[in-house]
Design a protein around this ligand. Structure first.
Ligand code: ZN
Length: 420
C-alpha cells in the first residue's frame, strides 16, 4: 500500500491558499467558520471527494461527510469514519486540521488503488467537522459536539459571533447550511490524524504517535478583590494589593502542576493564561484581578486535586492578605481514553508498513475527544517541527505526512474488515 505523497501535498498546499496570510516565516492562513476562505476550502474539499467517487453530504451545521462504498462492502454496514477540520485559528498553520481531512481522503484513494477494494466490508466516510477551533462562534469542537448529540442543532445554529451574526446565517451565506444531522454514534469507529503540536515524536525520531488518552480540560475564572489606592500615599502595611495576591496564586498553581506532573507520568499541566488587572495603572495599587485558569491531565482525579489545591490557596490568601476571592469552574471535560481496538489497528498498520509508532497522550483537545463519547475512536499524530502549531511556522515534512497517512490507511482497512 503506497500513499501518493505528491497528491496529498498538492491538496494541502491548494487548501493553504484559502485565507492565506503574508507571514514573515512559514505559511499561514486564517480560515474562520462561515467566511469566504472557509467556503473556498469547503468547495475544494467537496470537489476532491467527488473526484474520488465519494458521496458527499452536508448536515445542518455544515459538517461535511463523504462516503466511499467499496465494491465488496455492505451499504448497510456501519461505516468506519476518519477526518478532522478545515477551519483554523487566526494566522494559524496549514497542517492543523487539513492533514487529517485530506489525509483521510488520501487514505481512501490509496485503498481504492489496492486490491482491498474487493475485501472491505464497511463503507468508509471522510469527515470535515465545522469550526473545531472555536475561534468565531466559541466553544470549540462545534461540529463534532452536534454530531455526537452533545449540543442540539437549534442551539448550535443560534450561536452568534462577536458581531451578532448567527451560525445559521453564516453557513447559509456560504452555501453550507445543509440538512439532517451527522450521527457519529452510527459509525463503527472513527480515526483522526492530526499534527502532534509538541516535540515528543521529533525528539525520539519516531514518525507516528498513537494517542492513548486525550487529556481532560478544566477552565476556571478566579477573581481576587483587594482595594485600589494611591501607589504613593498608601503605606506598605496599609494596602490590600489584589495583584500581589494574584501573583502568589499564579506561582502556587504552577507548583501544583509541577508536583502532580512529577508524581504522575508528566501529563498534568496547570496554567494561568489570562489576567486582567483593575485599574491597571502604574500609580495605583491594584484593586482587582481576574485570572483564567487551565488545568489538564489524563487522570480526572489529578485535575480535581490541582483545582482543590487552587481553592485552598485562595482561602489562605483571604486569611493572610485580606482579599476577597471567587472561583468559578466554567469548562469541565473529563479525559477521553482512545479505544483499544482503534489503537491496535493503528499499531498493526504501523508494523505492517514498517513505520515506527509511539504511544502518547494528547495534551490538546480534538474532535476525536467528542466522538470517543459515542463510538470507538482513535487518533494518530504526525511530527511537528519544533513542536510549533497555531502559527505560520507550523511544519510537518511531506514525507512524514505521507507516512502517517499510510498508517491511517492501513488502520482504516483493518477496521473496515479487510483480511489482514
Ligand atoms: Zn486541529
Amino acid at each position: 500500500m503506497e500513499v501518493n505523497q505528491r497528491r496529498l501535498r498538492d491538496d494541502i498546499e491548494a487548501n493553504a491558499a484559502f485565507g492565506a496570510i503574508d507571514a514573515e516565516t512559514g505559511r499561514g492562513r486564517t480560515v474562520l467558520a462561515g467566511t469566504e476562505p472557509n467556503r473556498e476550502a469547503r468547495n475544494r474539499f467537496v470537489d476532491r471527494c467527488a473526484d474520488a467517487g465519494l458521496e458527499v453530504e452536508i448536515d445542518a451545521v455544515g459538517n461535511v461527510a463523504a462516503t466511499w462504498l467499496p465494491e465488496s462492502a455492505d451499504p448497510e454496514a456501519a461505516p468506519v469514519a476518519a477526518g478532522s477540520h478545515l477551519d483554523s485559528v487566526p494566522e494559524g498553520g496549514i497542517f492543523d486540521g487539513p492533514l487529517g481531512t485530506y489525509g483521510a481522503l488520501e487514505a481512501i484513494r490509496t485503498l481504492q488503488e489496492t486490491d482491498l477494494e474487493h475485501s472491505l466490508e464497511r463503507p468508509i466516510t471522510v469527515v470535515s467537522f465545522t469550526e473545531e477551533e472555536g475561534t468565531r462562534f466559541g466553544g470549540g469542537m462545534f461540529g463534532s459536539s452536534v454530531a455526537t448529540g452533545r449540543r442540539s442543532v437549534d442551539d448550535a445554529l443560534a450561536a452568534t459571533d462577536d458581531e451578532g451574526i448567527a451560525v445559521e446565517d453564516a453557513l447559509e451565506s456560504i452555501g453550507y447550511r445543509g440538512e439532517g444531522v451527522l450521527d457519529a454514534s452510527a459509525w463503527d469507529s472513527f480515526l483522526e490524524l492530526h499534527v502532534e503540536q509538541d516535540t515528543r515524536l521529533e525528539e525520539r525520531g519516531v514518525l507516528v504517535g498513537i494517542v492513548t488518552t486525550i487529556t481532560g480540560i478544566a477552565h476556571a475564572t478566579v477573581e481576587i478583590e483587594g482595594e485600589a489606592n494611591h501607589a504613593g500615599a498608601t503605606g506598605m502595611d496599609e494596602r490590600t494589593d489584589a495583584l500581589a495576591a494574584a501573583s502568589e496564586f499564579v506561582l502556587e498553581l504552577e507548583s501544583a502542576g509541577r508536583e502532580h506532573a512529577a508524581a504522575g507520568e508528566g501529563t498534568a499541566v496547570a496554567t494561568v493564561g489570562k489576567s486582567r488587572v483593575r485599574p491597571n495603572a502604574t500609580n495605583v495599587v491594584p484593586g482587582g484581578v481576574e485570572l483564567g485558569v487551565d488545568v489538564r491531565d489524563v487522570e480526572y482525579g489529578t485535575m480535581e486535586s490541582i483545582l482543590e489545591e487552587a481553592t485552598a490557596t485562595l482561602e489562605r490568601l483571604e486569611a493572610e492578605r485580606g482579599v476577597e476571592t471567587r472561583f468559578e469552574r466554567e469548562i469541565d471535560v473529563e479525559p477521553a481514553p482512545m479505544d483499544r481496538r482503534c489503537r491496535d489497528a493503528l499499531e498493526r498498520a504501523g508494523l505492517e508498513a514498517g513505520i515506527d509508532t509511539l504511544a502518547m497522550h494528547s495534551g490538546a483537545a480534538h474532535d476525536a475527544m467528542r466522538v470517543s463519547r459515542v463510538t470507538d475512536a482513535g487518533m494518530l499524530f504526525a511530527p511537528s517541527r519544533d513542536g510549533l502549531s497555531h502559527t505560520p511556522r507550523e511544519w510537518t515534512d511531506w514525507a512524514d505526512c505521507a507516512a502517517a497517512t499510510e498508517v491511517l490507511a492501513g488502520a482504516l482497512a483493518r477496521l473496515a474488515g479487510a483480511e489482514a
